[in-house]
Design a protein. Sequence first.
Length: 483
Amino acid sequence: MALVDASGDTPAVVIALDGNQIKRRSLMGCVKRTLYVQEAMKNKEFEKCIEARGRSFAKNISIYKTLSKLSPSQTTTVPHSVSFIFGVVAVGAPACGANAAVRSFVRTALVDGHKVLGVYDSLAGLAAGKFQLLEWSDVHGWTGRGGSVLGTKRTLPQVIGLSKLAASLEKSPINALMVIGGYEAFEAVTQLVNSRDEYKAFRIPMVVVPSTISNNVPGTDFSLGSDTSLNEIVNICDRIKQSASGSKRRIFIVETMGGYCGYLATLSGLAGGADAAYINEEHFTCTDLQNDCEILIKKVDNSEIQRGLILVNEKANSHYNTDFIYKLFSEEGKGHFSTRMNILGHMQQGGSASPFDRNMGTKFGMKAAHFLAKQCSSLIQSEDTVESAQDTKVSPSGCQLTPTTSPDSACMLGVQRKEIVFTPVSVLITQANPEKRVPLNQWWLKLRALLKILARHDAVYTTEAEEDLLRSRSSFSFSDLTV
């Protein structure tokens, strides 16, 4: 698209990654920055080198220095006279990167002079009071571990009993709560927030850290575990296709997880070179399936491909499910190709977390700890109001915290474009489809056109591709180029 937009007078550009967005940058500007870094290195001006690499690079170094020590640093970012006790609980299905987030959360809190109680066995453990004080060494080695060390379940507060959870929180010294998980974690905190009028124990700061392979949580572009899952799916699909290296003309139908969210099917289809990817967000009919089958027959007969790949989201269609699609392609493709079906199942959750999920989990954990500390600090009562305050909670440093019902005290932590933001769960309720448990707006759906174009479906999707091209042109100007 950069070449299409360019003319003879257009300055040269570099296609670069800025946060999680692809940007065009001035080539000469990038060269100048590179030469600046080289000169700074030569003069041993390392602080300038770090600054020139950008804010993200500087933050990564700071996080590494803080969390990689054998014990908490003696230099804290807040006075020890102000300290709080945070709780951390996992809700929903396990996802890689969650343990890295908990490790970062615990160590950041300890560095800042706070304490963390790990809640084992999810919300059931919270109701039963299964707490353990987590020290620095307790979370050693958690970064790359898959699953959930604390234990996680899908059971929601209303099922366990709001009164039981409230009674347990009332007895506990917890001043704020971090809930890590997928859509169930979002639902859990929403239920607690909606019950604040009835149960005063829920009037504490809360933060949700998104962690699910489905990437179906509102308020964030990415969730922990989704990158690891994509890596697993693509690697498995590559091995599946390799298994037919001695066979010609074979089509593989592969089912992915994700519930009603087609993120895994779409992104793994892009990465794995799939010929089609069927998802619930994009309605398809039996005629569409037959047309796709005819396109595959032409590809095979013209020797364009020897092995094809079709991905199907597990809830793409209640009638045209994976088994139906497999049987249809098997029957219609007779004499042209053979068909095999694979349901990947829980192996998609991955073993060890990918580097991306480890790093994002580490950043999420640190941001969550700082958010809860800031919220708790804002609730500290002044000496003039302490005597008249009722139903307050006391921190380890003796500060009395005013119960809060503010929407900003219960937020979803998320990545939006290239920023980490906090959005109140009360706002996100209006931005989600509770029936299908997906956000109303999903950024990755824009990639569907690219998936179809690369699969040679040009006769069907040319108009859609042109619309995307025109939209991108209208939103870009070369005057926006920055160094």
